[in-house]
Design a protein around this ligand. Sequence first.
Ligand code: SF4
Ligand code: SF4
Length: 366
Amino acid sequence: MELRILGRTGLQVSVLGFGGISIQSISPKEAEQLLLQAVKLGINFFDTARAYTDSERKMKCLAGLGSRVILATKSLARDADGLRRDLEASLEELGREKVDLYQLHNVSKKEELERVLARGGALEGARKAQEEGLVGFVGISSHNADTALEALRTGEFDTLQVPVNVVESHYEEKGVLREAGRRRVGVIAMKPMGGGAIHPAPAALRYALSREVATVIPGMRTLRELEENVAALEERLFPDDREMEALRRLADSLGDRFCRRCQYCLPCPEGIYIPQVFICLATWRWRGEPERAVELYRRSVPVPASACSGCGSCEEKCPYNLPVRDMLSEAVALLEWKGWPPTTGVETGEAMIPTSELKPTPRNKS
Ligand code: SF4
Ligand code: SF4
C-alpha cells in the first residue's frame, strides 16, 4: 500500500484509510476481523469519532499494534471543558494513552469556528491536551468550503478533513485543497462515495486520490468491500479517461438533488436539521437501505421533516438551488409514513417498521 505524508504532521499514512463511521452497524467480532485484516493489507490510518456511537470501542482491538496504526478521533464539543470530557472518554474507549490526531468535528458554520477559536474554546482544550502528550496533532473537519478555508487561514490546524468527490467539487473550486497544500496542512478525504451516490467505488477512490489529498477514508463494512478497495488501488491510484467521463456524467445527473451538507440553509425556523434529513433520504435512495434509513431517521432527527411550514427560506439560502421542500416531502413520504414520534425501539436499533412494508426505490448502490 502506497504511503503519503499527512502534511506538516510528517506522519506517513496509507493512501487508503479506514473511515470508522461504518463499523457502527456491524458486530464487535466482525469489526475486529475487518480492522485487523485492514492492517494486514497495509492500511495504517484509522479515523473514528466520539459521535460514532460504539465505533471507538470497536477500534480498541488496534490498541496493541503501536506505531503500525495511526489513529484519529474527533470531538463535537465547541468548548475546552467539553472537549476534555470527550477526549478522556475516547482514550478510555480506544484503550490508549494518546491519540495521534484529534480533530474538531464538523465545524461547518462561521459561528462554530469562532466558538472553537475563542478563549476557552475547543481549540484551547485540544492544545492543552497536546502539551500534556494526550494528543499528537490537532486537526479539523468541515462540511463547508468557506469555513474550511477560514480555518486553514488561521494556521492553527495540522490536518483538514473534508468531502472529496466528483459532486462536491466546490472544495477545489474555492481553492480549499490548494490552500491546504500551500500551508502543508494534511488533507483527509472523506465521503469519496458521496454517501453512496457515487459509484463504482474504485473510480470514486481514485478520483479522490487524484486531488491534493494524503488519504481517502471510505467507510467499509465487509471483508469483501475492504479487499476490493485495496485491490483497486493496488492496480492504480488515478482514474483513467473512461472513469473520469463516467464520474462527470454521474455528477451531472446528481447535481440538482445532492445535498452537500454545507448547512447554509440553516437555521430553519421550525428547527429541522435539514442536512441530516437528507443523509437519511440518501441512505434509502442511493444506498438502497430503507430499513437503515428509517432507523437512522428515528435516531438522529429530533424535529421531523413533516414539521416544515413551507416558508421557503432554506431554498433562498441553498447555494445549490436544491428543491428543499420537495425533498423534505419525499422524506416525509418515505421515512415518516408510520407517524411520529417513535414509541419503541430507537435505543436498541430495533426496526419498528417491518421490511415487507417498506418500499425501496429501484436505485441501489452498485
Ligand atoms: S421551508 Fe420548511 S425546512 Fe425550509 S426553512 Fe421553511 S420550515 Fe424550514
Ligand atoms: S440543502 Fe443546500 S444549503 Fe442545506 S445543507 Fe444541503 S446543499 Fe447545503
